[in-house]
Write a new protein. Structure first.
Length: 155
């Protein structure tokens, strides 16, 4: 047997260093992929919450058309599901929920309640809705709080 044949026969497998190096590279690639997918999930939750806020905003506007006012803060957003606590300015038609999905329709993608505030502005009632965002902390429509539209379009 020639020395070249003996060398080729001994090199039939991979060394431990080579196997560990390949495993390390695979682990690093998997870590990068998982990290990137985590950001994609948060982005998807933000987009879902923003779409839900627009839907709630539209429901409040329909409520306002029917009852000549937005839901009061004491009624909260639940009035979109159950109707107003008083029947003032009602047309006499039975109330049909303005949102589908029950109480879950009033929660963001993280399961937190949507914030709702009514403000008197020059004799006119304005409403604001927002989500606390990924961190769950209410920053009064600042920080990572999510609005139905970007802040520049809000007012």
């Amino acid at each position: 047997m020639s020395p070249l044949t003996r060398t080729l026969r001994r090199r039939g497998g991979f060394t431990l260093i080579e196997v560990l190096l390949v495993l390390l590279i695979i682990g690093l690639l998997a870590g990068v992929a998982i990290f990137a997918m985590g950001d994609a999930q948060t982005d998807a939750q933000i987009d879902t919450t923003r779409a839900k806020l627009v839907e709630i905003e539209n429901a409040i506007e329909r409520f306002q058309l029917r009852f000549n006012r937005p839901p009061t803060e004491s009624e909260g957003l639940s009035a979109l599901l159950t109707g107003p606590t008083d029947d003032v300015n009602d047309t006499g038609r039975p109330f049909e929920p303005l949102l589908r999905g029950g109480e879950a329709a009033l929660q963001d993608a993280w399961g937190n309640e949507i914030n709702y505030e009514v403000v008197e502005d020059d004799g006119r009632q304005r409403f604001y809705i927002w989500s606390n965002g990924p961190d769950g902390n209410n920053d009064n429509r600042e920080g990572d709080d999510i609005l139905p539209r970007p802040a520049a379009q809000q007012d």
